[in-house]
Design a protein around this ligand. Structure first.
Ligand SMILES: *Cc1c(COP(=O)(O)O)cnc(C)c1O
Length: 472
């Protein structure tokens, strides 16, 4: 596969370069494949659908062709995904796609674990390890740390702001051993990020250590997230035909979004032939993308804190990929667009629990409310000419091309992506439902581990000296 750049379509490069560089330093653009090949129709027709691993292999293959042989790709996929992506039906036309069955209980495990194994593969003939530096405000660091833990040839240093992550998050970051360690920096997330960025531009340091990042913009995190869209949409399609006689449901993927990497992965799956009719782009108060869809103007802004904090992004990096792949008019046809404030998130967790018995986390709750409103007349009102005020929580005024499946044909099925386990946000969920969510054993276990974080001042010279003394 050839990869190009969102800012310069004359750029042509390999998968390896795209993975190793993360982004194109020269243009500041992001890498995207030049095409999205359709999956073999025979594979799409299978009923019951092919296994997650088989689908993942078939989808990944064209993107790594000529660079990773089939047997190695198979091994990468088998090793990356020993856990399921489960679609759970919660009412007559709604599924919840549980993406939290991985080690850190959030969907980022899907992307990070594939990226780690691909980087390890590309580093296989090097005599020295590749050192990954990652600054985190919470969730990314644990997914990356866990994904790279004990992966050969790779070494990870996580920087997080001391006292500014939750207790559970800190345990998930600071208890690794071996090739992964955490530095707790006396400063903010921005300070951590600055230390990492300064290290990357330090030629003396780079002459001594091979450095790389594990940023969420990396194409090797995006591609594997398309696997579960394909797997889930095929499952839902077959299941609806078998159990409810609905033969061609119009499947709408409802995606709680921050940086819009997850949603971009959904677009890739649709391009490759997943039976997906459309998407709902659902955000918290950080409504940069809904505003873009409503007004046609993209305006990045500082992020604000919400209960769905992994979506607190004011300048979503994958906007750039979406805008490179589609016109705004195409986006308005594919996407319903929705945003919700904290009060709405609380009410939504409660509503989902009361109506279905399902305990949803604050991120998934944004999706639950978006889909509920769409079903309960809000989309119909738009089709009848109601002009929603996009500065208030709710749907933005565009009418997606799949609206009639909801308002007339009644064959729309919503799949809400549940991006984190509710126990990761236990106190918010307990306040909304009156019940503590059950804590998975793997989260419970991490709470008992010893905290090994290394204290670090917000001081580049100290950081650099530490790296040179401790990394090999
Ligand atoms: C990262 C994250 C999101 C947002 O995903 P994007 O790909 O950045 O849009 C949503 N929910 C959870 C729990 C996350 O960790």
């Amino acid at each position: 596969m050839i990869y190009t750049d969102t800012r310069d379509s004359s750029v042509k490069t390999t998968f390896k370069t795209a993975v190793v560089n993360g982004m194109n330093e020269k243009t500041g653009g992001l890498y995207i494949p030049v095409e999205f090949p359709k999956l073999d129709p025979e594979l799409l027709k299978k009923n019951p659908q092919a296994s997650f691993q088989d689908i993942a292999f078939a989808m990944a293959r064209p993107f790594v062709e000529g660079e990773i042989p089939d047997a190695d790709l198979r091994a990468i996929i088998e090793d990356a995904y020993p856990f399921p992506a489960e679609s759970v039906k919660v009412d007559s036309n709604t599924y919840v796609l549980e993406l939290f069955h991985g080690p850190t209980c959030a969907f980022k495990d899907f992307g990070a674990r594939f990226m780690a194994r691909v980087m390890s593969y590309f580093n296989r003939n090097e005599s020295t390890p590749l050192h990954i530096l990652v600054a985190t405000s919470g969730d990314t660091g644990s997914a990356v740390g866990s994904a790279f833990h004990n992966v050969p040839g790779l070494d990870v240093t996580i920087l997080y702001p001391e006292g500014k992550v939750s207790k559970l998050q800190e345990k998930q970051l600071s208890t690794f051993d071996g090739n992964v360690r955490a530095l707790k920096v006396k400063g903010t997330f921005d300070d951590c990020q600055k230390l990492v960025k300064t290290a990357f531009t330090d030629t003396e340091l780079r002459g001594k250590l091979r450095l790389s990042s594990a940023n969420s913009i990396n194409i090797s995190r995006l591609l594997p997230q398309s696997f579960y869209y394909m797997f889930s949409s095929l499952y839902v399609k077959n299941n609806e035909a078998k159990n409810n006689g609905i033969h061609n449901p119009e499947i709408i993927m409802v995606v709680p979004s921050g940086n819009f990497g997850n949603l971009t992965s959904g677009l890739i799956a649709k391009e490759m032939g997943a039976p997906i009719s459309g998407f709902v782009a659902a955000t918290n108060t950080n409504r940069t993308i809904p505003d873009w869809i409503a007004t046609g103007k993209y305006e990045a802004r500082p992020s604000v804190e919400t209960y769905a904090n992994a979506m607190d992004v004011g300048a979503p990096s994958n906007y750039e990929r979406i805008a490179a792949m589609y016109s705004l008019d195409q986006v308005k046809e594919m996407f319903g667009s929705y945003w919700l404030d904290d009060e709405g998130i609380m009410a939504s967790i409660k509503d989902c629990f009361e109506k279905t018995g399902y305990t949803i986390d604050p991120h998934g709750a944004v999706g639950w409310k978006a889909w509920s409103d769409i079903k309960n007349g809000e989309l119909k009102a738009l089709t009848e000419g109601k002009k929603n005020d996009f500065t208030k929580p709710g749907l933005t005024p565009n009418v997606p091309s799949w609206a009639s499946a909801v308002t007339e044909k009644k064959n729309a099925i919503g799949v809400i992506l549940e991006t984190a386990h509710p126990a990761k946000f236990g106190s918010i969920v307990a306040e909304a439902t009156g019940k503590d969510p059950e804590i998975p054993a793997r989260l419970e276990a991490v709470l008992k581990l010893e905290d090994k974080a290394i204290p670090m001042n917000n001081d580049y010279q100290q950081f650099k000296a530490w790296l040179l003394a401790n990394l090999k």
